[in-house]
Design a protein around this ligand. Sequence first.
Ligand code: PLP
Length: 468
Amino acid sequence: MDSEEFRHWSRQAADWGADYRATLRERPVRAQTRPGDIARQIGDAPPEAGENMEAIFADFERIIPDGLTHWQHPRFFAYFPANAAPVSVIADYLVTAIAAQCMLWQTSPAATELETRVIDWLRQALGLPEGFSGLIQDSASTATLTATLVMREKALGWKGNSEGLAAHRTVRVYASNQVHTSIDRAIWIAGIGEANLLRIPTRGALNGMNPAALDAAIRADLAAGHIPAGVIACTGGTSIGACDPIREVAAIAKAHGLYLHVDAAWAGSAMICPEFRVLWDGIEAADSIVFNPHKWLGANFDCSVQFIRSPEDQVRTLAIQPEFLKTHGHDGLINYSEWSVPLGRRFRALKLWFLMRHHGLEGLRGMIRNHVKWSQELARRLAAEPDFTIVSEPVLSLFSFRHEGPGEPDQRNIALVNAINDDGRIYLTQTRVDDRIAIRFQAGQFEMTQDDTDTAFEVITEIARGLA
Ligand code: PLP
């Protein structure tokens, strides 16, 4: 492809993207295809001869959009959002064109230095004290894995990497049953084993872990000769938004010399609004915090920020320097690949820089405050209907509900979610609360308006009563 063709097709792609965003409201939110519908339209074997771009682009337009679930649709109320504000998409076009691999300072100084700067902008935006530095990772799962490896290494006197876990007593980690499954996977991958992830019971309206039970579990493990390594707390759990009492949990972790990692993958974005910071009161005592600007804040996926108190501990756990990665003459500079599991790194800071500059913190706060307000209004409206129950009260913009009626309750509510998503005007997903199905609603899409929650109310009530 010569440079004129590259220019032409890049413009075509940008035009397509703008048209796509402008017409999202006309599309069903969740893909309406059946398994295999897309695969059947794609050749079984790769082409031997190259094809022209007209044919490739035409096939893209013909085959792919129908098989997409539209995460940027204003009525995407499922899971958590994966917002991509247009300005961050533009930044990512540039990043894609530049295609730098930013593993070391010298492999793109601008990427490293901008990353350091935007991490500090975000630290200030979230109200975190000086003393936290951090990095951009691909996902919260990776950030939590990284934190788990650091807590393991610290607990094993920095000998886990070299000696393996078999040479040591059992390492234990503590979390509530409300944490995301990425915590389980971090525990598996770190070699700690699911049996050594202790589930601390929860209490109270926010379903946070019980600090007294945490303390008792750590003491029992010490008495049994185990090695308590760390606590993984959450602010805004995935199912119903559970928030651990960070101040009390941190005090217990510190008293026992344990590492504290806080998963605020979704709720962290809301902390740009000072009034929501009560949900992670005491956060300054954490050793590591993860939040995903690619969820609610509007930075194109992937963009997960890990704040850390001690980069030295992270580097001690993860850095490895064969001769081919040494940067003689540039010692002492940040090489972010030494702070993370993968060596290769995308240039992720650019989209955060564009996003924060274009919208300003006030613009982003306004969006989040609206989502919280609209979601809480919808919860109130549903609560006022005789055949709906609010199962979990709103935490920020997330709540869950059930439709009450004849028949087995779980089957009725699964059927309702499926019917809503087949209808296509909105998209919702379900969870389990106290072992019963509940339907989740979260408002968080960058382009949504209050009318979209009105539509959600109409669709939910209309379809529920139609099924009844
Ligand atoms: N933590 C929480 C609270 C989440 O809700 C999620 C995903 O929704 C994750 C972690 C995993 O995020 P990621 O996809 O960035 O690994």
